[in-house]
Design a protein around this ligand. Structure first.
Ligand SMILES: [Zn+2]
Length: 341
């Protein structure tokens, strides 16, 4: 039996009171006031928000569970300061915990981090510990550009990030590299900024030597790895020119791509170029692209259809849908084993 584990889901349909509080929190910050008290949100509202969306689609499309994190475009760590980002991240992660507790067999928690453009990573370390140790979360979304489009922080291979990576290794959790909303009008969030950031992160890993210092550190670069698989020859060539080892030993022991690529030719290319051991099934459904493809009559983000159409061997199929996710998220593996799976 193979479990179908979607490694990339966000709570894009959170109850409106949650987002309303964020608006009030932001306004209070700009007015120099304390934020209002966070509202009570009834269980029924949370149930309705997932049962009519993620849960419904998950069942319709034949998946078993999803790794679930707060809405990425609303993380917006550039708003306010460290305290604003910390308070918002905690509320978002607490809401994920409630969803996980209501549907423990379906949803697996991954946390948002209280990054802030001018802050160090101590608050993110604290929140990661809280979410993993107290709430059974299995990973985090790490934003390589909390400025929202300026890329003002040093590359992910810089020592700035090391304290956080040490904590990730200690807790044995991976990070999905994931930016948030774009502050730059010239850069559409999900159509340009997300894919650019995925590509930028990969090139940072290529240019640096991060995995020499952290051989067990693991990252998922979402959205099929941005432009990387399509330009794989360029990156192999750049590794050669920069006197780096081949990519399979230099980067691909630590970096994974998901299948959030919304058409068959893109998935075909991903699987032709990238080794199966580096690919995790993901859909990011109810996310960036929610419509139906007029060419196929199916939802663009129903990525399971594209993967199924590859006619993978049973062993490869198992790895893509379950095995690789259990390897990259050991805490998920432990949870599933405790459930007899
Ligand atoms: Zn995402």
């Amino acid at each position: 039996m193979t479990l179908i584990i979607d490694c990339h889901g966000h709570y894009t349909t959170a109850p409106s009171a949650h987002d309303a509080w964020r608006t009030q929190q932001t306004a209070a910050y700009h007015e120099g006031k304390a934020p209002p008290v966070y509202p009570g949100i009834a269980d029924d509202l949370i149930r309705e928000s997932v049962e009519t969306n993620q849960l419904k689609l998950l069942k319709e499309r034949g998946a078993d569970m999803t790794i679930f994190s707060p809405r990425a475009s609303r993380m917006a760590p550039h708003i306010g300061d460290q305290t604003v980002s910390r308070d918002w991240s905690q509320k978002c992660n607490d809401l994920i915990r409630r969803v996980v507790e209501m549907y423990p067999e379906i949803f697996i928690g991954v946390c948002q981090l209280p990054q802030s453009p001018k802050a160090d990573l101590q608050a993110s370390i604290d929140e990661l510990e809280r979410c993993v140790n107290e709430m059974d979360f299995v990973g985090c979304n790490l934003n390589p550009d909390p400025s929202g489009g300026d890329f003002s922080l040093p590359p992910l291979t810089d020592k700035y990030w090391y304290p956080f990576f040490e904590k990730m290794c200690e807790l044995d959790v991976p990070a999905m590299v994931h930016v948030s909303g774009s502050c730059n009008k010239a850069m559409h969030a999900t159509g340009a900024y997300y894919l650019a950031a995925d590509t930028i992160a990969f090139m940072q890993f290529l240019e640096g030597d991060l995995f020499k210092d952290f051989p067990t550190l693991r990252f998922i670069i979402p959205h099929g790895g941005g432009a990387v698989p399509y330009h794989w020859g360029r990156y192999r060539g750049l590794a050669d020119m920069l006197k780096k080892p081949p990519l399979d030993s230099h980067v691909m022991k630590n970096v994974y791509f998901d299948t959030c690529v919304y058409h068959q030719p893109g998935i075909d290319l991903l699987f032709e170029v990238i080794e199966n051991k580096n690919i995790l099934f993901g859909s990011e459904m109810v996310g960036a692209v929610r419509g139906i493809d007029p060419q196929t009559g199916q939802y663009f983000d129903d990525t399971k259809r594209y993967v199924d159409a590859l006619n993978l061997s049973e062993a490869d199929r198992h790895d893509i849908y379950e095995g690789n996710a259990r390897r990259v998220f050991p805490k998920l593996d432990s949870q599933l084993k405790r459930r007899g799976l």
